[in-house]
Design a protein around this ligand. Structure first.
Ligand code: TRP
Length: 440
């Protein structure tokens, strides 16, 4: 291998790491299991997987393509490319709404990440070791009922995020991801083994993979679509911003398949680690955001060396959350920097907005739910729809073909078709369906 080839391979790998760091986070380990429980299991999981493959993957390729062709922050990338096709500057709304969506997601994301930080302490101090399931459930309730304790952890997480982004080392955390992400995966596999040995594995398999469409509501379909965007970090410019660092000649398609596959596997493994414990301990699968914070400590509290294992697990989850949250504010910070604001100031501005929003989420679960619902289920799919329409219908075919770098003609046309027709139609149909305008 020559030096240049090696350098490019390394840079492609860096991108895979950064994108995986952004994609894999609380969405996989916390949100996916709890919404799967809430929306009834198998049929929801199937729709989610279909959304990843048919909508998420095609849109992710398009979003990276815009970033790499535009080579700047999402707002200016959209402006630059729309000017090329004599399009309206209004396309930059994708970037602007993205900056807003990123800040709004940070508001509740950092509260949940704060819970993970709090559980590092709870695990290390052995507070739930050997405790019965009912006590462990009560301990989660005690945390969500204690504003000050949540505020402390939430503030700490915002500071960590702002520290990394403000110092401009966002791209430098690849090495942390490279080591810690596989380690998190190993921990999840150990938990999976533990759940298989001690939990109700059959009930979990049945719950997650037996498809019963009668359990599927219109809202469940919307949430599955929204989560496909959320978990892949799509529709708000995060992946666009990372794409602007990607070398020009590497294949976007291969990279995206890798990231989407890793992200999906981690979510499914997390689900299959959690649900056997849920059923064996008679917890309700639809019990909401506390699902992971109750079921996993039950396992840690009973397994050998559970104190050490549980502590390290929550450290890894917190780091996964951090490598995701930096991508929530990076596009906004990059944009403010381009407007002439110092990086540290831009970071501080967005972090303070996130901090205040988090404060409101701690005070009111209605604010928490509304932010989650509006961003994941509406703003991200809408952003994704605009990205698909822009690349699929407004950019020139030749340019798209050149930029995508998909070697095989067949695969390129397959993707192009999915981007122009399947992804937009999917988002629009699901929106209409959830509004009750369309029945299927
Ligand atoms: N994908 C992350 C997760 O699953 C969350 C996230 C990070 C995100 N950056 C994003 C979601 C950008 C939407 C857009 O935890």
């Amino acid at each position: 291998m020559t030096d240049t080839q090696h350098a490019h391979w390394t840079r492609r790998w860096t991108f895979v790491l950064a994108a995986t760091g952004s994609a894999v986070g609380l969405g996989n380990i916390w949100k996916f299991p709890y919404i799967t429980g809430e929306y009834g299991g198998g049929a929801f999981v199937l729709v989610y997987l279909a959304c990843i493959a048919l909508v998420g993957v095609p849109v992710m390729i398009a979003e990276i393509l815009i970033g790499r062709a535009g080579r700047t922050d999402p707002i200016h990338s959209m402006l630059r490319l729309s000017r090329e096709v004599a399009g309206s500057p209004a396309w930059s709304i994708v970037g602007i709404a993205g900056v807003l969506a990123g800040a709004m997601i940070l508001m509740f994301y950092s509260v949940v990440a704060g819970w993970a930080l709090d559980y590092i302490w709870q695990s290390a101090s052995g507070s739930y070791a050997g405790a019965p399931a009912t006590d462990i459930e009560a301990a989660f309730g005690a945390l969500t009922g204690d504003s000050n304790r949540q505020l402390l952890a939430h503030s700490l997480f915002i500071l960590l995020t702002a520290g990394v982004v403000g110092a401009g080392v966002t791209r430098g955390i690849g090495s942390a991801v490279e080591i810690l992400m596989p380690l998190l995966f190993v921990f999840l596999l150990v938990l999976l083994g533990y759940s298989w040995a001690t939990g109700d594995f059959d009930a979990a398999l049945n719950f997650m993979f037996a498809v019963d469409f009668s359990k599927l509501s219109a809202e469940a379909v919307l949430v599955a679509l929204g989560h496909a965007f959320f978990t892949l970090s799509l529709g708000m410019g995060a992946i666009m911003a990372y794409g602007s660092y990607m070398p020009g000649d590497s294949s976007i398609g291969k990279t995206v398949i890798t990231v989407a596959a890793l992200d999906t596997i981690i979510a499914l493994v997390a689900g299959m680690a959690i649900f056997p414990l849920v059923f064996a301990n008679e917890l309700a699968p639809g019990s909401g955001p506390g699902l992971m914070f109750v079921s996993l400590p039950i396992a840690f509290g009973n397994m050998p060396a559970g104190t050490v294992f549980g502590t390290l697990f929550f450290v890894l989850v917190s780091i996964a959350a951090l490598s995701s949250s930096i991508s929530l504010i990076e596009p906004g910070v990059a944009w403010l920097e381009k407007q002439g604001l110092r990086r540290s100031l831009g970071t501080a501005a967005i972090a303070i907005a996130g901090w205040v929003g988090g404060l409101l989420c701690i005070r009111s679960s209605a604010v928490f739910d509304a932010l989650d619902h509006i961003t994941a289920n509406y703003m991200l799919p809408l952003g994704g729809l605009l990205i698909a329409v822009f690349v699929g219908w407004f950019m020139r075919h030749n340019r798209v073909q050149l930029e995508a770098g998909i070697g095989s003609y067949f695969l390129f046309e397959l993707w192009y078709f999915a981007l122009r027709f399947i992804a937009p139609a999917g988002v629009v149909l699901i929106f209409l369906h959830s509004l009750g305008i369309l029945k299927f």
